[in-house]
Design a protein around this ligand. Structure first.
Ligand code: F6P
Length: 546
């Protein structure tokens, strides 16, 4: 691992960007477009039919070259090769970071501690293929001899959000008659409502947990097993439960046959794991061939990221643009705006990918970060729904929020003029954010007095537009790998470890300590628990509790 010798904000490349910010602030994007007739061509890139338009950003050529210099000064090139070659870049956990090996469709070996991991990766993929073929064809039977009609994935965080998002995004490719459900929340409602929808005899539970110790997942899995045993008896478990984990012992202790366990490895981070056996629900839903196309798309983006120079590199450009806004324009947030109903879970998925990766306040060397900001607050919703809720703030609020618009050129559900209307909204929104509406324009429309100011749009609000041919498994794979690498780029610049998540521990630990107070096993120390118990009694008095 490279040791950063100088604090990021004291680098001369950083100072040059501060200077550049003072210059660019005075030029509007509207002026930039007037001055540069080829701006759209100059600030856009294609990779197959994956297209990024980044012309509506507050940048000129000079800005980009200064950002590339910052990337070089931060050792970005070396960091990329360290990740791909299996160096232990997750320094706090002493682990390699190799989600890219899961989709390495080349013959290149990938070494972890001197051992090529590719044979194991291929063998798990083969096992996923065999199993998913059997379930999909009806060859795999439940304990009463019936074929499986419902898959229930029980997992949380990275063991839920990726598969949940992808199966929804690729619903059009799903096998009819095989339904996928996802249970993540410890709130009993989540499991109860799901179990209400399925029949025990035709349901397969996938217990997905990297560690197999996560409280929510294990509690839900135990309750699901109790439900199954009540209906079909203890011998049914082996036909209705499979596990995905790195922890063989815990899976065996839970009572799942190791033959029904799909392995993955500690060098796959939870939030980067949908490409591993954690993607089994995806594989079951869309079939192994389509799952492979997803990996192919991601591999295409990996190769692009690994080999292209900074100026032609989509994830690097996206990552550096983020640095430009968060660190020099002091933006706090990023809006993810997929204009595709199937991608409605993308913002939630990217929240974990980005905020759990880069929500860090300490450098790799263990210094507290005081002079610059790290990861953005991510939010979003499928367009055009978001337009009728939070876009007001994007257009006229006091926050400066860069936006990513994501849209397919072709709809998977052509319906009259719907898709043209959808596309026109994407373009309209990006133009409105960029151009705004001046006071003069408002006045020329006949508005008077104090109303004028309310009608003004300041404009100059940046956005990227990503267009893919259509949301096939291949292009979805490319999109997700692009975001993974973009997050990596930013982590490298900020000199943080994007691959641990220590910030989630403290709350979990306290919850475990508090639980005995709620169960009446320990004296109550928290006044709020006294209040809850009092309120529970009142609820009982009114007879609401049934
Ligand atoms: O929230 C912390 C976390 O460790 C995530 O990083 C992870 O994706 C999630 O919990 C689930 O963990 P596991 O797959 O081990 O159950």
């Amino acid at each position: 691992m490279q040791v950063r010798k100088q604090v990021l904000s004291s680098l001369s490349e950083w100072k040059a960007l501060e200077e550049e910010h003072r210059r660019i602030e005075k030029i509007s994007m509207k002026e930039m477009f007037q001055r540069e007739p080829n701006r759209f061509e100059d600030f856009s890139i294609s990779l197959d039919n994956f297209f990024l338009d980044y012309s509506k950003n507050c940048i000129e050529e000079k800005t980009l070259s200064l950002l590339f210099k910052l990337g070089e000064a931060c050792g970005l090139k070396e960091a990329i090769s360290s990740m791909f070659s299996g160096e232990k870049i997750n320094i706090t956990e002493d682990r390699s970071v190799l989600h890219t090996a899961l989709r390495n469709l080349s013959d290149r070996p990938v070494y972890v501690e001197g051992k090529d991991v590719m044979p194991a990766v291929r063998s798990v993929l083969e096992k996923m293929k065999e199993f998913s073929d059997k379930v999909r064809s009806g060859e795999w039977k439940g304990s009463t001899g019936e074929a499986i009609t419902d898959i229930v994935n029980i997992g949380i965080g990275g063991s839920d959000l990726g598969p949940r998002m992808v199966t929804e995004a690729l619903k059009k490719y799903q096998k009819p008659g095989l339904n996928c459900h996802f249970v993540s929340n410890i709130d009993g409602t989540d499991l109860t409502e799901t179990l209400n929808k399925v029949e025990a005899s035709t349901t397969l539970f996938i217990i997905s947990s990297k560690t197999f110790t996560t409280q929510e997942t294990i509690t839900n899995a135990l309750s699901a097993r109790r439900w199954l045993i009540n209906k079909l008896g203890p011998s049914s478990v082996s036909r209705h439960f499979v596990a995905i984990s790195t922890n063989r012992k815990a899976v065996e202790d839970f009572g799942i046959d190791p033959a029904n366990m799909f392995e993955f490895w500690d060098w796959v981070g939870g939030r980067y794991s949908l490409w591993s056996s954690i993607g089994l629900s995806i594989c079951l839903s869309i079939g192994f061939e389509n799952f492979k196309h997803l990996l192919e798309g991601a591999f295409r983006m990996d190769e692009h990221f690994r080999t292209r120079p900074f100026s032609e590199n989509i994830p690097i450009i996206m990552g550096l643009l983020g640095i430009w806004y968060y660190n020099f324009f002091h933006a706090d947030a990023l809006a993810i705006l997929p204009y595709d109903q199937y991608l409605s879970n993308l913002p939630a998925y990217l929240q974990q990918a980005d905020m759990e990766s880069n929500g860090k306040g300490v450098t790799k060397e263990g210094e507290r970060i005081v002079s610059y900001k790290t990861g953005p607050i991510l939010f979003g919703a499928a367009g055009t729904n978001g337009q009728h809720s939070f876009y007001q703030l994007l257009h006229q609020g006091t926050h400066f929020i860069p936006c990513d618009f994501i849209v397919p050129a072709n709809s998977l559900n052509e319906l009259g003029e719907h898709h043209n209307i959808l596309l026109s909204n994407v373009i309209g929104q990006t133009e409105a954010l960029m151009m705004g509406k001046s006071r003069e324009e408002v006045i020329s429309e006949g508005f008077k007095g104090s109303l004028i100011e309310h009608k003004v749009f300041e404009g100059n609000r940046p956005s990227n537009t990503i267009i893919v041919e259509r949301f096939s498994p291949y292009y979805l794979g490319m999109l997700l790998a692009m975001y993974e690498h973009k997050i990596f780029v930013q982590g490298v610049i900020w000199d943080i470890n994007s691959f641990d998540q220590m910030g989630v521990e403290l709350g979990k630990k306290l919850a475990k300590e508090i639980l005995p107070e709620l169960k009446g096993e320990e004296p109550i120390k928290h006044p709020i628990i006294k209040k809850i118990i009092e309120m529970r009694r009142r609820d009982d008095d009114k007879g609401y509790s049934s």
